[in-house]
Design a protein around this ligand. Sequence first.
Ligand code: MYR
Length: 182
Amino acid sequence: AMEVIWQGREGRKLSSRELFVLTYGALVAQLCKDYEKDEDVNTCLDRMGYGIGIRLIDDFLARSAVKKCRSYSETADMIAQVAFKMYLGVTPSVSCSSAAGNEFSLILDKNPLVDFVEELPAERASLCYCNLLCGVIRGALEMVHLAAEVTFLQDRLKGDAVTEIGITFLRKAEDRKHKRNK
Ligand code: MYR
């Protein structure tokens, strides 16, 4: 996997984003050495992302100076239009995928995190290469009291036409606490 990742980068200066993307690739490659099962790599990436997300939210709120969102839909738009733009330089399109209004899809035509990855090796067919992102979003949302499930629904690395991240907002963490205390 590493050969693919480093291909063609010789003799050029790297931007900090390229450096980040390459470092991320090295992290995934290392986890693939450490864990035989794709599911274990996915879980590990998600956990690491969560740890980043719960810290990143302060940076995001300070730098973006955004107001509190009043609906799940506003929050989904903010993740796509402000957060992705700020940290990854791309703006996914957002669609709501449930009548209840708590499920959203972020559709990425272009995923900068896979810029140097050609395709997943055959023996890594279930790897969610970018699973760190899901953990980051989940962790950041939890810090603003929004419990959510975040998973990859489609992945261009797996031959899908687009990359799609699904966000399902669960009951607000606060509500849940009230329920439990009753
Ligand atoms: C609020 O209603 O209090 C503001 C909610 C903002 C949530 C934004 C979550 C940021 C997620 C960061 C993801 C970065 C992925 C590159």
